[in-house]
Design a protein around this ligand. Structure first.
Ligand code: CS2
Ligand code: MG
Length: 408
């Protein structure tokens, strides 16, 4: 059998998603996630203008060969747009292969290594009272791990902190529909460094030592600031400190490592194993944060995680709402199968999204399972998708209080 057609579907059930649909000559359909937050149409064009016609007539079973064809073939390699496009093709082909085998994908990846995958939720609040309320809510739902983000005195709205009041928990949306240009936020690292350790102290006091606490630095610290911060928060036993420094410089984390035993996670902006080469071989991180959707798909992610395993480094796959349910399912099948699983990020999608993408994964007391439907276990309802037109949305820009554009 061969690939007969590759279609790109753009839908916006509350936020934008780009999905690749591959149909084989015998009518089997595979789905792949190609969503790149705030730059969605670039990947859609890459796929429909440059990739789709080259897939037609290819043997859908040759996943590795197709991956290499798309990666090495065009000469221009890597980058989030290219790697999201390759990821979508790769996921769709794995979906087809597993459907043909009549098995859930995790079986083809070696079978389950655990009963379910521990997930962490996003708890945030503009102040400690709101944050505490959010953490309690997640504990009631059975979560054993939470990422905590909170407002910083002297600053307004901060990325990663929900502006909604207490009690609203699943409302945090990273990309805003803000017209023709991104919204802007302000930042001050000094205020943050002085404020945040006290928040972790309060959390430990209120919630005890069992709760797994994660925190995202969102690339905002310099290497020496991150080293100080990681050292300051050591007493609060974080599960991880994520993206403490800007992602481009792998050697920056040497400095952080030299000063602290706080576990480090990085990688949601990475798209290739080469972004990790120094980090992994020098054991500068503890968790790989890539999204399957942005790192070339299941084929590439499995190799990256196997490479990490040799160095005792675990997975912490990116799973925000800007990864579609298809990309999330791909992560869950990998999580269930690999030995060096660490934790999985889980930001549940809204109801509109789940009407468009019908999922079979299940949540039970802090653990997700991808389900046992053949393939990835997610089907896109094209009629429902057509009802949600693409709406331009941007991630916000970050500036220091004096107006300087800052990392985030
Ligand atoms: C965040 C994301 O999930 C995370 O850790 O950093 O919200 C991330 O900023 C978005 O996925 C960006 O698109
Ligand atoms: Mg992050």
């Amino acid at each position: 059998m061969t690939i007969e057609i590759a279609d790109v579907i753009i839908t916006s059930p509350g936020r934008n998603f780009v999905t690749l649909k591959i149909t084989t000559s015998d009518g089997i359909v595979g789905w792949g996630d190609a969503t790149l937050n705030g730059r969605e149409l670039a990947v859609a064009s890459y796929l429909s203008d440059h990739v789709a016609s080259t897939l037609v007539g290819r043997d859908e079973d040759r996943i590795e060969d197709t991956w290499q064809y798309l990666y090495r073939g065009p000469y221009w390699r890597r980058g989030p747009v290219t790697m999201a496009a390759i990821a979508a093709v790769d996921m769709a082909l794995w979906d087809i292969k597993a459907k043909k085998a009549g098995m859930p994908l995790y079986q083809l990846l070696g079978g389950a290594s655990r009963e379910g995958v521990r997930v962490y939720a996003h708890a945030s609040g503009t102040d400690y009272a709101a944050l505490k309320n959010a953490i309690s809510g997640y504990e009631e739902l059975g979560f054993t791990a939470v990422r905590v983000q909170t407002g910083v005195p002297g600053l307004g709205q901060i990325y990663g902190v929900s502006a909604a009041g207490p009690g609203v928990r699943y409302d945090y949306e990273p990309a805003k529909r803000s017209g023709d240009r991104p919204s802007e936020e302000s930042w001050d690292t000094r205020n943050y460094l002085n404020h945040m350790p006290g928040i972790f102290a309060q959390i430990r006091e209120d919630f005890g030592s069992d709760l797994r606490i994660l925190h995202d630095g969102h690339h905002r610290m310099s290497p020496i600031e991150a080293a100080r911060f990681a050292k300051d928060i050591e007493p609060y036993d974080l599960f991880w400190l994520e993206d403490c420094t800007p992602g481009e410089d792998q050697t920056a984390l040497r400095l952080v490592r030299q000063h602290s035993t706080t576990p480090l996670a990085i990688g949601e902006v990475f798209n290739s194993v080469f972004d990790y080469q120094t980090l992994i071989t020098e054991r500068l991180i503890d968790y790989v944060r890539s999204a399957v959707t942005h790192t070339g798909g299941i084929t590439a992610m499995k190799k990256l995680l196997d490479f990490a395993a040799i160095y005792g480094i675990k997975s912490g796959i990116h799973g925000p709402t800007d990864i579609s349910p298809v990309g999330m399912a791909a992560a869950l099948h990998l999580d269930l199968a690999i030995h060096n699983f660490g934790i999985q990020e889980y930001m549940p999608h809204n109801e509109q999204t789940l009407e468009v993408f019908q999922t079979s994964f299940t949540f039970d007391r802090g653990f997700l399972h991808p389900g046992d439907q053949p393939g990835l276990g997610v089907e896109l309802d094209e009629d429902a998708a057509a009802g949600h037109e693409y709406t331009k949305a941007y991630l916000p820009v970050n500036r220091l209080l004096d107006g300087t554009v800052h990392d985030w």
